[in-house]
Design a protein around this ligand. Structure first.
Ligand SMILES: *Cc1c(COP(=O)(O)O)cnc(C)c1O
Length: 376
């Protein structure tokens, strides 16, 4: 469809085109100098000691779980109000997941009290997800986690450039996982990054990313190594130089584009505040979010499907973040019926409106006008 206002759009220009052509001309296509630069720049942006670039955000989460030794018989606490990859990562390792509810309509991040209530002797990790790039209650969560000696993984797919008390999201827990999928704040098409401060974890993640091999093809190309050993069961989760080159360019635009998302969000909030719509995070006074998406909660009496269809007819694309993971067939078949009242209510009422850095004032006004018209 040719949307008058799409849900998301890329901020791509000549810089990205040139960066790709430079890689093609260099004739070195995977895991070389460009990837090293991307990782170094990501370390600088987040303040993380290590950043390990991978093929996508899902694999970043899988590597995080593997590096922490999660396996069969373990339990991992996860939010259900997230993308399915958040919890799939634990299942890939043979572990079970325990779904925690979110705080409420004002704050749709994972509830620290719910986490605490789910901890058992089998709990091996907690995965939190910074919804729309709004920080989870990291101080409370880390206190609970450290009281029980359980590591925290941050699914920071929504949160590049976001921070809490000046410290980047993705660097609060033991491991941070980022996604550079096309619709994310930093987009390379496919791509991801793992951040961590511990040297042993970083080394393990680097091995697991490339077949458990002790040297890279690039090292051998450079004459730094002639052979390798395989020391663990690894994977091919590498990124290539073209995606890294795009990442370097997108990273340069990240702060400016997140600020633009913030301005657009403020205008949405100002204009929708006095309607029956509930606005998650509108009361937030803490943290620097990345505003990955703009969620609204429709009044219970509004038919969401009818609302989204009417928006479509006005040329406005909308979406849902998210259908709760525990309600998917696969998860129901595996874990049975679970009750998470707040997550389920939000899953029923949430609609995501367009938000992207190149959105024009005219587009924003058109969305607001139509939302108000349909709610009235
Ligand atoms: C996008 C996303 C992922 C997965 O990232 P991919 O790069 O698409 O594999 C994981 N978690 C959340 C919350 C996401 O939004």
């Amino acid at each position: 469809m040719d949307w008058r206002v799409p849900l998301a759009d890329l901020d791509y220009g000549k810089e990205e085109e040139r960066a790709v052509i430079d890689v093609l001309r260099s004739k070195w296509l995977t895991m070389g100098e460009v990837t090293q630069i991307f990782e170094a720049e990501f370390c600088r942006m987040t303040g993380s000691k290590h950043a390990i670039a991978v093929s996508n955000g899902t694999l970043a989460l899988h590597l995080a779980c593997l590096a922490l030794g999660i396996g069969p018989g373990d339990e991992v606490i996860v939010p259900s109000l997230s993308f399915v990859a958040t919890s799939n990562a634990a299942l890939y390792c043979g572990a079970d997941v325990c779904f925690a509810d979110v705080i409420g309509p004002d704050d749709v991040t994972i509830d620290p009290n719910a986490i605490e209530g789910l901890i058992t002797p089998k709990t091996k990790a907690i995965i939190v997800m910074h919804y729309a790039g709004f920080p989870c209650c990291m101080r409370e969560i880390l206190e609970i986690a450290s009281n029980h000696g359980i590591p925290v993984i941050e699914d920071a797919a929504h949160a590049p450039g976001a921070s809490l008390d000046g410290k980047a999201l993705g660097t609060w827990g033991e491991i941070g996982c980022f996604s550079f999928f096309s619709n994310k704040n930093l987009s390379t098409g496919e791509g991801g990054m793992v951040t961590c401060n511990r040297d042993d974890l970083a080394e393990n993640i680097q091995l697991l990313r490339s077949h458990g091999m002790t040297t890279l093809t690039y090292d051998r190309h450079k004459g730094h190594a002639f052979s390798y050993d395989v020391v663990t069961l690894g994977h091919n989760y590498r990124i290539d130089e073209i995606h890294s080159a795009l990442g370097i360019q997108q990273l340069k635009k990240l702060d400016r584009n997140n600020a633009k998302r913030r301005e657009l969000t403020q205008v949405y909030w100002q204009n929708l505040r006095d309607t029956e719509i509930e606005l998650p995070f509108v009361q937030r006074t803490w943290g620097l979010p990345s505003h990955h998406v703009f969620p609204i909660l429709l009044p219970s009496h509004v038919d969401r499907l009818a609302f989204m269809s009417a928006m479509r007819d006005a040329g406005v694309q909308s979406s849902i973040h998210y259908r709760p993971i525990h309600t998917f067939s696969f998860y129901q078949n595996r874990f049975g019926t679970i009750s998470l009242p707040i997550t389920e209510e939000i899953g029923r009422r949430e609609v995501t409106l367009p938000l992207f850095p190149t959105m024009t004032d005219e587009q924003l006004e058109w969305v607001i006008t139509n939302v108000k018209r349909l709610i009235a």
